[in-house]
Design a protein around this ligand. Structure first.
Ligand code: FA5
Length: 339
């Protein structure tokens, strides 16, 4: 381990010294220090696998090397910036090549597209719904009456002078819209932004993405729901991923569950992100309440339904190893360039 750390240090310092402009330097920085896939970051993350007796020494060396690389990057950046400032000579013979940097899809969009492909292959229709939603579709149609306490948990932005308009708090708002439009049988998913009045932290944002899915038809059961949720978790995080379902009350499903998967940061061992539980909550689900089917124009004696709502942003955190949800909307180029 020590040998490979020193080799990595030597290689990194050589590349830093050889970086001839700021872009090249940033590429080197991401290569070694990038949060998701940096070479040194990976070593630091794997320190826990080093035998306990060697860990303090190896840990100290790794940190020393990290500081050295950071200092060299800083020094090189300053030198390059100073050089750029001094290079005021304009070379008229140089041909003009416009700099076109192509962007990449945001990690949330990437995971959204991946899941849309996955569900489309299972025969789901991909639908959409408005972000500026009516109180009816976001709450009342979902069995959440105006004075229901569930509204407190999903406080949101209301629109001045339009008391029945709000920024949707959940993609479940598409359920009744879709049932009214397409009837049954129907299996569909809808993803998009949701808004809540949250005290933000590493797992909670005021604006985040969800992916809703539902199936209505004859004899739709909890077994179908479990099968779909297991398939999604395994598709995203590998065959060994476990899903844990625990009862949770949502007014629009009966029974309702909240779903967690093994935390990919600590492989279930417990860390700050999963609050030492080894599990990360990523969805709510259940069998659609008869009241909701009725609002959708369906007869609950003839059809039943299942529904689930994933936190898309949280799925992306687990998939790409991002430990703070606030990075997604931080517009931090160093973060975004990794995807
Ligand atoms: C709902 O929003 C339900 N509509 C889900 C549902 C759909 C239940 C269909 C039953 C049937 P909940 O508030 O638990 O439930 O949010 C669902 C997921 O969205 C959470 O598991 C989490 O992954 C994500 N989520 C919720 N709030 C936030 C937030 N503030 N920031 C980031 N992700 C969030």
């Amino acid at each position: 381990m020590e040998h490979s750390l020193k080799a990595l240090q030597e290689k990194a310092l050589k590349e830093i010294a050889g970086a001839n402009d700021i872009d090249a330097l940033e590429t080197v920085e991401i290569q070694y220090m990038g949060r998701a896939a940096g070479e040194l970051t990976a070593i630091l993350k794997n320190l826990k696998d080093v035998p306990a007796a060697e860990r303090p020494r190896t840990g100290a060396l790794a940190n020393e090397i990290k500081q050295d690389i950071e200092a060299q990057i800083l020094e090189r950046r300053e030198a390059l910036l100073a050089r750029e400032e001094n290079e005021s000579v304009f070379d008229v013979t140089e041909s003009y090549v416009p700099r076109r940097e192509s962007g990449t899809l945001h990690p949330t969009t990437q995971i959204q597209y991946e899941l849309e492909d996955f569900f489309a292959a299972m025969g789901f229709r991909i639908i959409d719904g408005p972000e500026l939603e009516s109180d009816f579709y976001n709450f009342s149609a979902l069995n959440i009456a105006p004075d229901h306490p569930a509204r407190d948990m999903q406080d949101t932005l209301y629109i001045k002078d339009h008391p029945t308009w709000l920024m949707r708090t959940q993609t479940s708002s598409v359920q009744v819209r879709a049932m009214r439009e397409y009837g049954a049988p129907l299996q569909a998913i809808a993803s998009g932004r949701c808004f809540r009045n949250e005290a933000t932290d590493a797992r909670h944002e005021h604006t985040f993405h969800q992916l809703e899915g539902f199936v209505v038809g004859e004899d739709v059961s909890f077994a179908h729901l479990k099968g779909i949720l297991d398939a999604v978790a395994r598709h995203l995080y590998g065959e060994d991923t476990q899903v844990r379902l625990r009862p949770k009350y949502y007014p629009f499903v009966e029974p309702g569950v909240n779903g967690e998967v093994t935390c990919s940061f600590c492989a279930g061992g417990g860390c700050a992100l999963c609050k030492q539980t080894g599990w990360l909550e990523i969805f709510g689900a259940g069998l659609i309440h008869p009241h909701v089917l009725k609002e959708g124009g369906l007869d609950s004696k003839k059809v039943s339904g299942l529904a689930f709502g994933f936190g898309l942003t949280r799925l992306a955190m687990l998939k790409y190893g991002i430990n703070d949800i606030r990075l997604f909307m931080s517009a931090d180029m160093q973060f975004l360039k990794q995807f």
